[in-house]
Design a protein around this ligand. Sequence first.
Ligand code: HEM
Length: 488
Amino acid sequence: MALLEGRNGVPLRKPPNTLPIVGNGILFLRPRQKLFSWFVKCERRFGNETFQISVPTLPPGVVINDPKNLDYVFKNEGIFSKGDFFKKLSWDLFGNGIINVDGELWKAQRKAGLAFLNASNLRVLTDIALPRYLGRAVEHLQIQARARKVVGLQSVFHEITSQLMGKMAYDMEMHANDDFTVAFDYASGAITERFQNPLWSITERFTGSKFREALDTVRSFGYKIVDSAADSKAKKQGNHSNPESTPDKLDEVSGSLIQSLLEVFGDNREIVSDSALNYLSAGRDTVAQALTWCIYLLMQHGSIIENIRDEARALLENTQQTLLSSHNEGVNSTIFTPTSLPYTMATFYEALRLYPPIPFEIKQCERPTTLPDGTFLPEKSIVFWCTWAMNRSTTRWGDDADSFRPERWLTEDGKLITKSAAEFPVFNGGPRLCLGKRMAELLAAQVIPTVLLTFDFTPAYGVERVSKSSLTLPMKGGLPCLVKTKAL
Ligand code: HEM
């Protein structure tokens, strides 16, 4: 394998404390919070300069921080692929799912996803499904408030996104605390550890029995989704032939993702199952985590909560609507959209900036290339960017980059500022831009004002919350809160 040569003939700098042989490997064994801080320190030391990283588990690699370089990576999907390295380590969990493949297999799954997330399905999501599941969450919180019980808010958000994805994508009832979810969480943590532990293939032989059990649970759930899709198709056909039955719009679109996958991949049960599981993980965990970190930050910034409430109340008053109404099943939250609530969306984006649900990204070079800053990358080398650190760059976000300040996302006349994917890579970019970006925004626009107008939240934890080991950013121990119902 070729070695890194440098930039315009000059060798790339290495981070301080790089050791002979193990390079920066020891750092990768430390808790992820320490690793995040290390990347932030490196970003502040090197700025936009690409630097070299050496970890015994990784092929030769560089860390990029310059949006110009990232833009080049996004636009050259043919050069920068998921690569053998990533695929090998995450294969047991993601298999042939969209997150783990390139080429034709990726294209076909992306097409199925685009069909699922079309405008008319998203309309059913915002107008019927979300108000229903959000309404159930509000009811649950009201009961907990009356009982003065501590509530785990991360689980509440997870429950909303599980029900939503379960019904719309798979036509299945799914919940946040089912065996599959627990097993998936465990397996995701174990896969992340593979990226840090050079001896994983040996250590897992001795310590991996729980991991293997978790993978079995995940896999059998994948097959359950596929089998249930076939049943549900038959049931629907039966209903249509019955003139008495009037399926609601949600029933009509439910299961549309799995049905598209079945159409594309026919009876290849394994690929359909891998793909379904990948979509499930991409679609429900990320949003639930983003909402959790957002409320966590808001609990430390009471004035921002008041601004969100004012914005949402003004909208309800102007349109003479009420949020909780006995006529609706669920809440009447449809009026809350990304366009109608710029301050709320600025807050959501600011939370995503400080706590990006996918904090690290890795690509591998399929052939030699040179980045726009002149860094030469040989075939198979790794390109690494840490969204967590890029989003805290003082060069790009100012001296207060560490502060939670939604106003930075607003123009003087209150309009939302948009950033390019390379400047703000939270949703990735280029042809592999997150397929669910719009869905995530629609969810945030309804969930955040609804819960803040209906409840006061008080932290029921003593220390700063951190993320646990995972490919995404779950809050370790969840977000325990005391909840008080507000008079509307
Ligand atoms: C705040 C919420 C979300 C964030 C921050 C987020 C972020 C991302 C990121 C960074 C990637 C690139 C991952 C990689 O290739 O390594 C991605 C891909 C993807 N996301 Fe999201 N996502 C979110 C919500 C959603 C939702 C709601 C869905 C709906 C199903 C979704 C579906 C996908 C899919 C299918 C991909 C793979 C796209 C491809 O490779 O072509 N995401 N997302």
